[in-house]
Design a protein around this ligand. Structure first.
Ligand code: FE
Length: 349
């Protein structure tokens, strides 16, 4: 009898153990990726590992504010952000747990991840890139007049430019890169030139700027590459008609290269599922996840040895290749306060 009870206890303990383990197989993801095509990316991870993903969606600023408010009680395991400067900010604020992973160290280029932390770990990694490109009205604008960022501020382009608000992370990071290359004084004069050249006050997202060119409200616009690729590959003929009206330029090919930003990820400082979190980051560097970035949201894969055959990305440049700015994306955060102050001074809303 005693033996039987003991056996039952062992069985129960084993069952409880299994249940507890099953409950542990979760990953709490705070994501600023606002792309519906990412569902397949998350589902594949769950299929491969059995780890269930609980997702909280917000924008970059909202996620950082939430992590700060939650402190050590935060349930977050992995943070996905869509801007290098915000990842840098999160790192500065101590919100991330630096990771040591040989797989990630080998796969992700050093210019697309955080500088090594004191313990040798890495606070965040870029998993895809997006170029900040110029689109123009093919009927009215010569590409040679918009093939550098500098020319967007030239008097010859007066009244032609559409661009989203200056304080959006995509623009802040572009302006930080320009500041890095031109110096603060020239960068501020450049921003002033952009304001002088605007066809309308900044409003809407990047896609709205492309549509503004197609509708004739403006002749030149600044956008992330994937928004244009999305229109090119859209099921809706009216979207494809918008894409057909505009040309695209990857600026500064004969100088410092086109500005690229990253979408990246970090393990949360107070993660309770660190092993799962690292597993997820390593999964994001896998060829299958990298292809989801490339074919789902039209971003460039970054992991070594992964190429893309996305037709829209290939169509944007003559050979599917372009020269991207070589500065480490980790420097984009450091200039942002300076840039914000410049924007105030030049009246860039
Ligand atoms: Fe976006």
């Amino acid at each position: 009898m005693k033996k039987k009870t003991l056996a039952l206890a062992v069985v129960l303990a084993a069952t409880w153990g299994a249940t507890a383990q099953a409950q542990d197989q979760v990953l709490n993801l705070y994501s600023a990726r606002h792309y519906s095509t990412d569902e397949a990316l998350y589902n594949d991870f769950t299929k491969a590992t059995g780890i269930k993903i609980n997702r909280v969606d917000a924008d970059d600023a909202g996620i950082i504010a939430r992590l700060k408010a939650e402190g050590s009680a935060s349930p977050a395991d992995v943070i996905l952000l869509v801007d290098a400067a915000r990842l840098w900010r999160g790192e500065q604020d101590g919100l991330f747990l630096p990771v040591k992973s040989k797989l990630l160290g080998d796969a992700i280029p050093t210019s697309l991840r955080a500088s090594p932390a004191a313990d040798g770990g890495t606070a965040w990694y870029g998993f895809s890139t997006r170029a900040r490109v110029v689109v123009y009205d093919k009927a009215k604008v010569q590409p040679a007049d918009v093939d550098t960022y500098e020319e967007l501020a030239d008097a010859k382009n007066k009244g032609k430019l559409c661009i989203r608000t200056g304080t959006h992370p995509y623009n802040l990071s572009l302006f930080s890169a320009v500041t890095e290359h031109l110096g603060a004084q020239k960068a501020e004069a450049w921003l002033k030139g952009l304001v002088a050249n605007m066809a309308r006050a900044p409003k809407g997202g990047d896609t709205d700027q492309i549509r503004g060119v197609a509708s004739g409200e403006c002749q030149i616009a600044v956008t992330n590459s994937y928004y244009l690729a999305r229109l090119m590959r859209s099921d809706k003929p009216e979207d494809r008609a918008v894409a057909e009206k505009v040309g695209v330029v990857f600026p500064n090919q004969s100088s410092w290269g086109t500005h690229v930003n990253i979408a990246g990820a970090a393990v949360a400082r107070h993660s309770k599922n660190v092993d799962n979190a690292v597993k997820f980051l390593e999964y994001l560097a896998s060829p299958s996840a990298q292809n989801h970035f490339a074919n789902g949201n039209n971003e460039w894969p970054v992991a070594k040895g992964v190429a893309t055959d996305n037709p829209a990305l290939k169509a944007m440049t003559p050979d599917g290749q372009f020269k991207s700015d070589a500065i480490p994306v980790s420097v984009l955060g450091a200039n942002q306060l300076k840039v914000q102050q410049m924007l105030d001074r030049v009246g860039f809303k």
